[in-house]
Design a protein around this ligand. Structure first.
Ligand code: PLP
Length: 446
């Protein structure tokens, strides 16, 4: 494909070869409209499309590019590893180093098994929890995303604490019915589901801090209360830190809370990681207590495997990325996120658009509307009630000014350590016009 093809031409051609022209749905711009940008290059805080346009990037590959795109150390490590062979199908030393780096940073994690995607990590964590408890049911919260395995594509049925319905065509109803979907941030709903099904529940799976319905942080003490309730009933906690792990701090969101007053020292049983730990290549992991983790084959009866698990090139990217994530880098990420979010909020306030910035460490997103402004949004139903129609014009105003935001209101904004003053200035300059676009947006006619 020649350099001269436009984004629109590339999208047309892709749609004739790939369903919807994309290999992951959000990339199709379905919720904001317009033509997806086809990227050909990325460096530091910038991405470049096929038409040669530069954008300040606030997607960061959905998190992995935390040090900035094409980070020199990570690229060097990958090149060095690649030159020695792309894959062995046998053990290599880097896998142990990456596992140790994770275990050193997240203290409840005694053992780590590497896989290639977050979807695999949560799928295996659930199998482990079922094997460890001898129970089948799983509790998940509405609006939390844990990848696309059948049992986790489960949607809340009608009424409270009901067995889930398939969340996608092709998911068998009996599989969805193994999952109980309840509202988030509601300890009473959790107590109710355990009161009714307690002795059959293997685990509660939760995003450590949800960021796949926009950022909806746990209310103070919720994660601790959830862990206490589950443990009281002999169920495990699967802490999905695929997105938050090593992004919001060296010990993920668990570490952020562990240092705060809200923790009561809660300890999840299993963790899932992904995104950052591959530094842009496919690495994810399940980690947790030794007694549970050693139920995995070859030691135990729980089967799990992967042709490319612990791939030497991917692992090299992950090691370089984790090693680059110093306390100074986390401080900078916090500062950069604060600067951008404050400016976005100020621009929206300037034109009186009701909104709030919701936070989880250095992750944030905007929620729109009076309810959002007054009380914040704490669960999926609330997030769906917001004035989401304000986002597409806001998004496109930013894109036209050379800033690439997530093409959906229901995603977090991701800063990188490479966002420097030039990149930040472009964002700050673009915001007032985008805020105006959000202000003059109109709700869809019913
Ligand atoms: C991205 C994500 C997943 C799925 O990871 P993939 O690598 O896309 O399969 C699971 N859980 C959370 C919280 C995620 O953000």
């Amino acid at each position: 494909m020649s350099k001269k093809m436009t984004n629109a031409q590339l999208f047309d051609r892709a749609q004739a070869a790939i369903p919807g022209g994309v290999n992951s749905p959000v990339r199709a711009f379905g919720s904001v409209g317009g033509t997806p940008r086809f990227l050909v290059k990325a460096k530091g805080p910038y991405v470049y499309d096929s038409e040669g346009i530069e954008y300040v990037d606030l997607i960061a590959s959905w998190g992995p590019a935390i040090l900035g795109h094409a980070n020199r150390r990570a690229v060097k490590a990958v090149q060095k590893a690649a030159a020695k062979g792309l894959s062995f199908g046998a053990s290599s030393p880097g896998e142990t180093i990456l596992a140790e780096l994770i275990e050193q940073r997240v203290s409840p994690v005694d053992r780590v098994r590497l896989v290639s995607t977050g979807t695999e990590a949560t799928m295996t964590a659930i199998r482990l929890a079922r094997a460890a408890t001898g129970r089948d049911l799983l509790v998940k919260f509405a609006g939390h995303y844990h990848g696309h395995s059948d049992g986790l594509l489960a949607a809340a049925g009608s009424g409270l604490a009901t067995f889930a319905l398939p969340g996608s065509a092709g998911v068998p109803a009996p599989i969805a019915a193994q999952t109980l979907v309840i509202p988030y941030n509601d300890p009473d709903a959790l107590r109710a589901v355990f009161a009714e099904h307690g002795e059959k529940i293997a685990a509660v799976i939760t995003e450590a801090a949800p960021a796949n319905m926009g950022v909806v942080p746990p209310l103070p003490g919720f994660n601790a209360a959830m862990t206490a309730i589950a443990h009281e009933h002999g169920a495990l906690i699967i802490f999905d830190e695929v997105l938050t792990g090593f992004r919001v701090g060296a010990a993920g969101f668990w570490g952020v809370e562990d240092k705060s007053k809200d923790s009561s020292g809660y300890r999840p049983d299993l963790f899932c990681f992904g995104k950052v730990i591959g530094g842009g290549l496919p690495v994810a992991a399940i980690g947790g207590r030794r007694d549970i983790m050693e139920l995995l084959a070859p030691l135990g009866p729980v089967y799990q495997a992967g042709t490319l698990s612990g791939n030497p090139v991917a692992v090299a990217a992950g090691i370089a990325t984790l090693q680059g994530l110093t306390p100074r880098v986390y401080k900078k990420l916090d500062r950069t996120a604060r600067t951008i979010a404050d400016a976005a909020s100020a621009a929206l306030s300037q034109v009186s658009v009701p909104h709030r910035i919701q936070w989880a460490g250095n992750l944030f997103s905007i929620v729109f509307g009076e309810e959002a402004a007054i009380s914040g949004l704490h669960d999926y139903a609330a997030v769906q009630r917001q004035e989401s129609w304000r986002y597409p014009p806001f998004f496109h105003a930013m894109l036209n000014a050379g800033v690439s935001l997530p093409p959906s209101l229901f995603e977090a904004w991701f800063v990188t350590a490479a966002h420097d003053q030039r990149a930040i200035d472009r964002i700050l300059t673009a915001l007032p016009k985008a805020a105006k676009a959000a202000d003059t947006a109109t709700p869809p006619v019913a």
